[in-house]
Ligand binder design. Structure first.
Ligand SMILES: Cc1cc2nc3c(=O)[nH]c(=O)nc-3n(C[C@H](O)[C@H](O)[C@H](O)COP(=O)(O)OP(=O)(O)OC[C@H]3O[C@@H](n4cnc5c(N)ncnc54)[C@H](O)[C@@H]3O)c2cc1C
Ligand SMILES: *[C@@H]1O[C@H](CO)[C@@H](O)[C@H](O)[C@H]1NC(C)=O
Ligand SMILES: *[C@@H]1O[C@H](CO)[C@@H](O)[C@H](O)[C@H]1NC(C)=O
Ligand SMILES: *[C@@H]1O[C@H](CO)[C@@H](O)[C@H](O)[C@H]1NC(C)=O
Ligand SMILES: *[C@@H]1O[C@H](CO)[C@@H](O)[C@H](O)[C@H]1NC(C)=O
Ligand SMILES: *[C@@H]1O[C@H](CO)[C@@H](O)[C@H](O)[C@H]1NC(C)=O
Ligand SMILES: *[C@@H]1O[C@H](CO)[C@@H](O)[C@H](O)[C@H]1NC(C)=O
Ligand SMILES: *[C@@H]1O[C@H](CO)[C@@H](O)[C@H](O)[C@H]1NC(C)=O
Ligand SMILES: *[C@@H]1O[C@H](CO)[C@@H](O)[C@H](O)[C@H]1NC(C)=O
Length: 588
């Protein structure tokens, strides 16, 4: 036997008994040996010719991924990037949500991009790629997504699906990755009678994954008769991307449930690159998991069919307590306790409440009263006003009513400002905990305004009980949502350019100082995978409760190799982003 054929037959044997050899680097960190995805400094990184061939198969839709601030800098690596007019444009629009979501790769909450290439007036300031990817496919057809998934899988690349870049937890950015941008999938079609599998025979809409919240509300409002969809409160968050796969709460959730409760069917592309439909009849396991089991975990969605409901009249109330009214911390804190302690009362009356809390500032905009008029909303809020008045707590408030949800939404919800930095955490408080520990919960939330002597906090609250009074839907969201009363996001504010060490300290404070206080005050509660702590202890239980084991099985079936990855989603236990937040690697 010649040498060559000897090795060939050995290889053949090896291939029979083991998987194909790992394409990628073996790295060690903290005593763990890892097999990593392929990065540009590895031999297994695709050649220029392979990237060019990929570009051809996606009809020229491949781009080098450029941080949005690069146009303000002379160069990134050896590439010139400066463009004075584009720089002044991006600088002017840095806090405009729509501009940022339209960018191919920008992340609106840039903490996890590492902020290494921000807009500047000094072009010689350094600009590096940070934790942005290397290439992006601006997909305009389903085939482009499939080709991207296949390329990432076959070359062992980190794959990022990026829709709006809204994610608070850095899940639409990733160092050294191939990004697939789904922002162009803007089609939405509405039907009066759903005839697909399942019990629903009412109206429905099939929504492309690039459609954003307010666009969808606007199109629903344009139907005859007008309809509504359960969506989020922010105008530019994607509807059929991360939002629905994480569960999705919103202003109409107390009467109509979570976004994921209303899904009738998904069209998706699997980790193997297969086109699939998932609904009550086809691939029911995938159908169940995609309804709240976590984004970028089981498949890439291309469109989602969802129930629509008749438009409803809505009345809303705004209430402020801030330095205009009082600078007395005791007075302010008592006002917040009174407001938050009534969470069960608001949801029992079908309401949803959005509020912002920081030291000395409570901004409730708005209380949402679906199917209620102004008089009825004021009646529901009477215990709040009565208690505030009895304790001589100053505030101001205004109530308005609208014939439809859409008109209410456009008038009473505010836009949000991107490019702020924070470390995020949060907790869902159940009705039981509010009734039992209402004061402790309020105290923990007030504590989160300044959790340590060198940090400041900012919280965003949602008082909601998805599907209050409606039948419970069998899906992947944490069962505790059905008993929810208040879900609050806590932030430790950052500049975003702190040292690596300080970022770790702040993350630890979010988890072990703020998070510990929230868990102690709300032991019956849970957490929300779209708006939670990346280092949440026992995240499997905390994000999904008793649904986790089934989700893990489904993940193993549909993505056994780990083509998809976002932190703290089912089946990612063996994966870590190592080397100072850069390389995604699997434990061996
Ligand atoms: C200002 C603001 C307001 C918010 N308001 C609400 C709210 O009212 N209710 C609520 O429930 N949540 C809300 N969220 C959280 C929101 O649900 C998540 O940030 C969600 O992940 C955003 O999804 P996206 O597709 O728009 O964003 P992206 O950042 O583009 O994507 C988020 C995640 O989804 C994955 N993903 C995107 N598209 C697809 C796809 N087609 N297939 C598979 N995976 C995909 C991405 O890979 C990533 O992991 C809000 C967030 C922000 C920043
Ligand atoms: C892909 O092709 C298009 C059209 O030919 C071209 O404009 C673009 O620069 C190419 N992308 C890359 C990464 O080379
Ligand atoms: C620019 O840098 C890239 C990546 O480091 C390298 O592959 C390429 O050869 C460089 N090009 C020039 C002209 O120096
Ligand atoms: C990320 O930012 C930290 C500072 O917080 C810096 O030390 C590190 O080099 C950066 N890494 C990358 C890949 O940009
Ligand atoms: C305080 O409340 C008033 C309304 O009473 C509002 O006009 C003002 O903007 C608020 N201030 C802050 C800092 O939120
Ligand atoms: C609170 O303090 C601010 C700043 O000193 C001041 O402008 C404001 O009038 C004070 N508010 C009240 C109610 O006294
Ligand atoms: C909050 O509710 C609890 C239990 O119902 C009650 O004991 C407490 O006094 C209330 N606190 C406030 C500030 O309303
Ligand atoms: C902040 O708190 C830390 C730890 O509790 C303490 O060591 C430090 O002295 C405090 N700093 C200030 C300025 O109060
Ligand atoms: C939680 O909600 C479910 C469904 O509404 C209900 O059956 C159950 O009793 C509730 N559990 C608690 C502890 O309140």
């Amino acid at each position: 036997m010649g040498r060559t054929s000897f090795f060939v037959s050995l290889l053949a044997v090896a291939n029979c008994v083991a998987a194909a050899p790992w394409k990628g680097e073996i790295k060690k960190e903290h005593g763990v040996t890892y097999k990593c995805k392929c990065y540009s400094d590895n031999k297994c990184w695709p050649t220029g010719a392979q990237w060019a061939a990929l570009n051809t198969t996606v009809s020229g839709a491949l781009r080098i991924a450029r941080p949005p601030g690069a146009v303000c800098h002379n160069n990134i690596g050896n590439m010139s990037t400066y463009d004075a007019s584009k720089c002044s444009e991006i600088t002017a629009k840095w806090t405009d949500e729509q501009t940022m979501t339209d960018d191919p790769i920008a992340n609106l909450w840039p903490f996890y991009t590492n902020n290494t290439c921000l807009p500047t007036t000094n072009p010689s300031d350094p600009c590096t790629q940070g934790f942005y990817g290397e290439y992006v496919i601006i997909a305009t057809k389903k085939e482009h997504i499939k080709i991207g998934v296949d390329f990432a899988r076959d070359h062992n690349l980190r794959l990022i699906i990026r829709n709006t870049g809204h994610d608070f937890m850095g899940r639409s950015t990733g160092y050294g990755s191939l990004i697939i941008n789904t922002h162009s999938f803007k089609d939405a079609t509405f039907i009066k009678k759903y005839t697909g599998p399942g019990d629903w025979t009412g109206s429905a809409a099939t929504v492309g994954v690039g459609v954003q919240g307010r666009e969808l509300y606007r199109q629903a409002f344009a139907q005859d008769p007008k309809v509504v969809i359960v969506g989020g409160e922010c105008p530019t968050v994607g509807w059929a991307g991360g939002y629905v796969q994480g569960g999705g709460h919103g202003p109409l959730s107390t009467i109509y449930g979570m976004g994921a409760d209303n899904v009738l069917s998904f069209d998706a592309i699997t980790a193997k690159g297969e086109y699939v439909t998932a609904n009550a009849e086809k691939n029911p396991d995938l159908f169940w998991a995609l309804k709240g089991g976590g984004p970028s975990t089981f498949a890439v969605l291309t469109s989602v069919t969802v129930k629509t409901f008749p438009e409803v009249p809505v009345a809303g109330t705004i209430l402020n307590i801030n330095s205009t009214h009082t600078n007395d911390t005791k007075v302010f804190d008592e006002g917040f306790r009174i407001f938050h302690n009534l969470s069960n009362h608001y949801v029992e009356n079908g309401m949803f409440v959005y509020f912002e809390l920081q030291s000395g500032r409570l901004h409730i905009q708005p209380f949402v009263g679906p199917r209620l008029n102004a008089k009825q909303v004021k009646e529901v809020l009477k215990p709040l006003f009565t208690q505030l008045d009895a304790k001589k707590i100053p505030y101001d408030t205004v109530t308005k009513e609208f014939p439809t949800f859409f008109e209410f939404y456009m008038d009473m919800f505010e836009d949000e400002i991107p490019n702020q930095n924070s470390v995020v955490g949060g907790r869902l408080f159940t009705q039981k905990d509010i009734a039992k520990n209402g004061d402790e919960i309020a105290k923990a939330l007030l504590f989160a305004n300044q959790p340590t002597n060198d940090t400041l906090g900012f919280s965003v609250g949602h008082i909601v009980n998805p599907g209050h009074g409606n039948p419970v839907v069998d899906n992947a969201i944490h069962p505790k949502w059905r008993n929810a009363s208040s879900f609050v996001i806590t932030n430790i504010l950052m500049s975003g350019t702190e040292s690596w060490e300080l970022k770790q300290i702040r993350a630890d404070q979010q988890t072990n100082v703020v998070g510990a206080a929230l868990r102690k005050a709300g032991p019956d509660g849970a957490t929300y995978v779209n708006e939670g702590d990346l280092n949440e202890p026992n995240w499997q239980e905390s994000y999904w409760g008793s649904n986790y084991p089934k989700l893990l099985q489904i993940r193993k079936k549909w993505d056994p190799e780990g083509v998809f990855y976002t932190q703290t989603t089912p089946g990612t236990e063996d994966w870590d982003v190592i080397d100072y937040g850069t390389k995604l690697c699997k434990k061996t």
